[in-house]
Design a protein around this ligand. Structure first.
Ligand SMILES: [Zn+2]
Length: 271
């Protein structure tokens, strides 16, 4: 390390500490999960300024990148929003004595669900990050038909190449009357889902899909495709539950509704 770098580090470190302390003193935002208040959440990517104008212009829902993560509990906007939906709709109690399948379980959400004394709680991921999580491919779920009362699949389908098979698999393992949460980013002005095999590099996927691991950009036909998979749509409008000010305060997307679906059947009752 040369003298210039040493001096730069001597300045940069105290500045970073000062910035962090100032952020903690702020009251502009509150994390809905851990309850801490501060000036700003951290952005999804440090280079969020370079976000693709392509998908920004398509009025993407579920793709907020600014004010994204909580410095204290690391919750993301999509995780905080589920807490808010679950509180407002009293969905927590539906997990009690229920068989629950949770894909890509969020770190703050799964301990809370566990507290609800489920009958069975299966956490799954194609690439499990711990021994508690089973290796489950959403397009080939290793459980019999009608196994679960509730499936949580929050921001997963946009990563799955054969998403139609994934939708049908979730439908298959749900019992009649069972519910699933299938949040995914989508464009609110694009009619048709956009997907092209030639968009096959990280750079192109970020430009057109918003993320290197996304394989498509859903349009409004997402909802028709869910219905074609057999689901009944029970989408819950966010603006009927939370005001724009509340959403800004907790930094969740005002336009993002809860994509709640159910498997109709004899035992089905609308809630
Ligand atoms: Zn937090």
């Amino acid at each position: 390390m040369n003298v210039g770098q040493t001096i730069e580090n001597l300045i940069r470190r105290p500045l970073a500490v000062l910035k962090w302390e100032a952020n903690k003193l702020g009251k502009k935002h509150k994390c809905y999960i851990c309850g801490r208040t501060f000036h700003a959440f951290y952005p999804y990517r440090s280079d969020s300024d370079s976000a693709s104008p392509f998908w920004e212009e398509l009025n993407m829902i579920g793709m907020a990148i600014d004010d994204w993560g909580c410095f204290f509990c690391n919750s993301s906007d999509r995780e905080r929003h589920l807490f808010m939906f679950f509180d407002k709709l009293n969905l927590w109690q539906e997990f009690t004595q229920a068989h629950v399948l949770h894909f890509a379980p969020e770190r703050n959400l799964y301990p809370r669900i566990r507290q609800m004394k489920t009958a069975q709680y299966v956490m799954g991921d194609l690439y499990p990050s711990s021994d508690e999580i089973s290796r489950i491919d959403v397009t080939d779920i290793q459980f019999p038909d009608d196994s679960f009362d509730f499936v949580i699949c929050n921001h997963v389908l946009e990563h799955v190449p054969n998403d139609g098979k994934g939708m049908r698999e979730i439908f298959r393992v749900l019992r009649e009357g069972g519910k699933a949460i299938l949040q995914t980013p989508y464009s609110s002005i694009l009619g048709k889902t956009f997907e092209d095999a030639n968009i096959n590099t990280d750079e192109l996927r970020i430009r057109f899909y918003g993320e290197t691991t996304h394989v498509r950009l859903y349009g409004l036909d997402l909802f028709e495709r869910l219905e074609e998979s057999g689901f009944q749509l029970n989408v819950v409008k966010n603006d009927e539950l939370y005001s724009r000010n509340e959403c800004d305060y907790y930094s969740v997307e005002y336009e993002e509704d809860l994509i709640l679906v159910s498997k109709p059947g004899v035992g089905f009752h609308e809630s």
